[in-house]
Design a protein around this ligand. Structure first.
Ligand code: AMP
Ligand code: ZN
Length: 294
């Protein structure tokens, strides 16, 4: 949704104090700052409220609400949390993008009710630094020893008109509320090469060692890592199961090189579905093909 304020936050067009993020959900501090740690949990895919939300979206959001609530209680010294949501203008919903509020509570914190509290003294920046879920708490994928200084969400896609034919690739990166978009095109290429180029170009553009969550709809690229094909290729000198050379060896080598400084986690997303950033990557990659046709 173009003008929805929470969609703009999800796309990184409006900054936020991020508490948690995964493929489908973003959680950030409520700008109101009326209760220390007041957090909003929103689906990345737009829907108005629980009345029009799909089952899957509700499940993803509630799972994140629980994860953040547990983090507040288990790791941050709170004793409990309010979780609530407003649906419809009449019920006090002011932003028409589904969101759950989490308000952390401590015994004797002096908060009289969950509504209308004076502003908290600490700034949102300080609160965020204290309460955000640290990335190290997520699955390590066997790369725990790498030291990283930031977190990047990287969406990539590749497209081809004809196989081989005119191709385009795109990468969208989000880090600390900022978004960077890259894209390029090549003649006489393949869809798989473009999928690889999207990831390679995104990773090569990250200047410092980071924890990078890569989201791609390419089974070819993602399964090479999630199903350990790459280890087999390396062990057999870049030969596939039939004994022939693996295709696109030079790109796979370039990808491994680009991954080296980072702690990478791979995520397979469904292509041409409702994932906004995946769809935007697809559009950028296709636009590159159109440029080549001119
Ligand atoms: P509701 O009244 O349940 O619709 O909640 C909407 C919440 O969104 C309010 O508590 C607002 O303070 C909060 N809000 C509005 N704009 C922003 C923003 N840019 N960043 C963070 N929170 C916001
Ligand atoms: Zn929205």
């Amino acid at each position: 949704m173009k003008d929805c304020i929470f969609c703009k936050i999800v796309r990184g067009e409006i900054p936020c104090y991020k508490i948690y993020e995964d493929e489908n959900v973003l959680a950030f501090l409520d700008i109101e700052n009326d209760v220390y740690g007041h957090t909003l949990v929103v689906p990345k895919k737009h829907c108005t409220n629980i009345l029009d939300a799909e089952d899957e979206t509700l499940a993803q959001v509630m799972k994140a609400v629980q994860k953040i609530a547990k983090h507040f209680v288990d790791d941050c010294g709170f004793d409990g949390v309010h979780t609530f949501n407003n649906n419809g203008e009449v019920a006090g919903q002011s932003v028409m993008h589904l969101h759950f509020h989490i308000k952390p509570r401590k015994t004797n914190d002096g908060i009289k009710s969950e509504f209308s509290n004076p502003k908290v003294e600490a700034s949102l920046e300080e609160i965020c630094e204290k309460l955000k879920l640290k990335e190290e708490k997520r699955e390590c994928q066997g790369e725990c020893d790498k030291q990283t200084v930031g977190n990047v969400v990287l969406y990539t896609d590749g497209a081809c008109s004809g196989n081989p034919g005119l191709g385009g690739w795109a990468a969208i990166m989000q880090s600390s509320g900022k978004t960077k978009k890259l894209s390029g095109g090549e003649e006489n290429t393949t869809n798989n090469r473009m999928e690889l180029m999207g990831v390679i170009s995104g990773l090569e553009a990250i200047k410092k060692p980071c924890k990078v969550d890569i989201y791609s709809d390419s089974a070819y690229v993602v399964n090479a890592f999630l199903q350990n094909w790459i280890e087999g290729w390396l062990a057999k000198g870049w030969k596939g199961s039939t004994g022939k050379d693996v295709l696109n060896i030079e790109l796979w080598k370039r990808l491994l090189q680009a991954m080296k400084p980072h702690k990478v986690a791979w995520h397979k997303v469904k292509g041409h579905a409702d994932n906004e950033l995946n769809n935007e990557c697809d559009a950028l990659a296709r636009a590159e093909i159109d440029k080549l046709r001119l």
